[in-house]
Design a protein around this ligand. Structure first.
Ligand code: FE2
Ligand code: FE2
Length: 288
């Protein structure tokens, strides 16, 4: 089994959230220090769905407590919902790294490795796949940090992750795009994570207004990191479009139409999206 599969499987098959966080951190360190990587084609044993703890109970979104910033109970519901998103985000990043690394090498390897002077079959071959994996393991370890910050905040407020129901639909985008790398990049970082950029600053302002600067600070840190996550998605999506000789904006539009069942709605945080390289001509044309 190659190294990325080993590391990602440990994350994806660990159910207990703080153990998953620890596995994500360990994966980032192991990957950084690695000298032998194996080949990138194998997805041996990659689960369709990651392991989840017995609690929270996963339900329809209508049975998840309402998120509100104006009451202590509503804020706990908000932080719990965000922690659940971050837990899924850890798995999404590791699934991305392992599921599409082989395809990355096959489709982008020739051009990239040739231009960097690395010959196929040498110790350093697979440079582009290694870059891809490094990017997404980096994202995954930041998602782990986000989960931990929110879980600690829940504990400060007398609660914990698992204390209430959580939304069962978050892995669906991963299932829908499991065989399509461009679609995964378009939907997960460029639609779903970009949506987070649109809403977070308003939540931060409300939290400050309602006297919860500690949670506001955590969300601000997450917001800054998430801009880079969207940027990472745009980077790989654009490279893939370049090698395929297709226009990124038009390709994004058709993938969203095919793979995304929700709506892309304004108001958009144009500044943050633009900072991430997600320019208005991508999403304006698919907005409702
Ligand atoms: Fe995150
Ligand atoms: Fe993220």
């Amino acid at each position: 089994m190659n190294l990325v599969t080993q590391l990602a499987l440990e994350v994806l098959t660990t159910a207990e959230p703080l153990q998953k966080v620890a596995a994500a951190r360990k994966a980032a360190v192991c990957w950084k220090n690695a000298t032998e990587f194996g080949s990138f084609g194998s997805q041996h044993g990659l689960p369709d769905r990651p392991a989840r703890p017995p609690k929270p109970v996963l339900t329809d979104h209508r049975q998840v407590p309402k998120r509100k910033t104006g009451s202590a109970k509503g804020r706990v519901a908000l932080i719990h919902a965000l922690a659940h998103i971050e837990l899924n985000a850890i798995d999404l990043a590791f699934d991305m790294a392992v599921r599409f690394a082989g395809e990355c090498q096959a489709r982008l390897g020739e051009t990239t490795d040739e231009t960097s002077g690395v010959s196929a079959g040498s110790m350093s071959a697979g440079g582009v796949a290694r870059e891809f994996i490094s990017d997404w393991i980096g994202v995954g370890s930041e998602e782990a940090e986000h989960f931990e910050l929110l879980e600690n905040r829940l504990k400060d407020l007398g609660s914990f992750y698992g204390a209430m129901n959580a939304h069962d639909g978050l892995w669906q985008a991963a299932v829908d795009t499991k065989d399509n790398w461009s679609a995964r990049l378009a939907i997960v970082p460029m639609v779903l994570e970009a949506r987070g950029l649109d809403v977070t600053l308003a939540t931060v302002a409300e939290l400050r207004d309602h006297g919860d600067p500690k949670t506001a600070e955590i969300l601000e840190k997450i917001y800054k990191d998430e801009i880079r996550h969207v940027e990472t998605g745009v980077k790989w999506f654009t490279r893939l479009c370049e090698v395929d000789g297709v226009k990124p904006d038009g390709t994004f539009k058709s993938l969203v139409a095919e793979f995304f069942k929700g709506q892309i709605k304004p108001p958009f945080n144009v500044e943050a999206r633009t900072q991430a390289g997600l320019l208005p001509h991508f999403y304006r044309s698919v907005a409702h």
